[in-house]
Design a protein around this ligand. Structure first.
Ligand SMILES: C[S@@+](CC[C@H](N)C(=O)[O-])C[C@H]1O[C@@H](n2cnc3c(N)ncnc32)[C@H](O)[C@@H]1O
Length: 217
């Protein structure tokens, strides 16, 4: 009986080849995945070591619709604009084209270098666009009357507390995709992943004063 089972198994292995990939294919796939991970981490991780784990936000570029929605909610406004976590600078360039004196704060040196080189090749003067390799959590934002941020849900509450402490009453804050959990009034534009939210600091402060139950902790 056992002999016949062995025979059957032998037969099957000759009919159905094993699924084991060729060693060169395995090695090639491994090398490719390692390379892709390396490229990804070069863009997303440098400069992050000093940031506490709960405040880490990876790089994810905003899409055209999102940028358009941000610019719509900034219509009629002027002055200085800060983009918190400026990535490759796309929001900063859009704001600069609309007449804002724009500053991008970015922790990743490769993205800062990339954005600066884009500014150079486009011939945008430093008086209009500046990219700073700076941790925005450690930066005083009180001189900005427009702030944009495309970050992550986990940091929004803390960001709200920082902006409440620092921004002037005249400031407008636009957040992409993630609203402030504890800020009362907001106007929004777009939908789904491209939704952006606008907040005027004077209105936020007065509403937080009149309904303290929604106040940030
Ligand atoms: C979701 S991306 C948004 C990029 C860009 N604003 C856009 O709309 O395409 C968030 C960016 O914030 C940067 N970032 C995260 N924490 C930061 C910090 N503390 N200071 C400066 N930049 C930071 C990341 O490196 C990343 O490039």
């Amino acid at each position: 009986m056992e002999d016949s089972i062995d025979l059957i198994l032998q037969d099957h292995s000759s009919i159905f080849p094993t699924n084991k990939p060729h060693p060169i294919v395995s090695a090639g796939t491994g090398a490719l995945l390692t390379g892709l991970y390396g490229v990804w981490s070069i863009f997303t991780l440098p400069g992050f070591r000093k940031i506490p784990w709960k405040l880490k936000v990876p790089y994810l570029p905003s899409c055209k619709d999102q940028t358009r929605n941000v610019m719509t909610l900034l219509e009629g406004r002027r002055g200085r604009l800060a983009d918190l976590g400026s990535g490759d600078g796309r929001l900063v360039f859009a704001a600069s084209s609309a007449g804002f004196q724009s500053t991008g704060f970015e922790i990743n040196p490769i993205l800062v270098a990339f954005a600066r080189s884009k500014a150079f090749w486009r011939g945008v003067p430093a008086s209009q666009v500046v990219f700073l390799k700076e941790d925005f959590w450690k930066t005083d934002l009180s001189s900005f009357n427009n702030v944009t941020a495309f970050l992550a849900p986990g940091v929004m509450e803390l960001l709200g507390e920082k902006l409440l402490m620092e921004l002037p009453d005249e400031a407008r804050v636009i957040t992409c995709r993630f609203p402030f959990p504890n800020w009362p009034q907001k106007i929004s534009m777009g939908s789904g992943l491209n939704e952006v939210f606008a907040y005027d600091m004077r209105a936020v402060r007065s509403l937080l004063r009149s309904s303290p139950s929604t106040t940030c902790k």
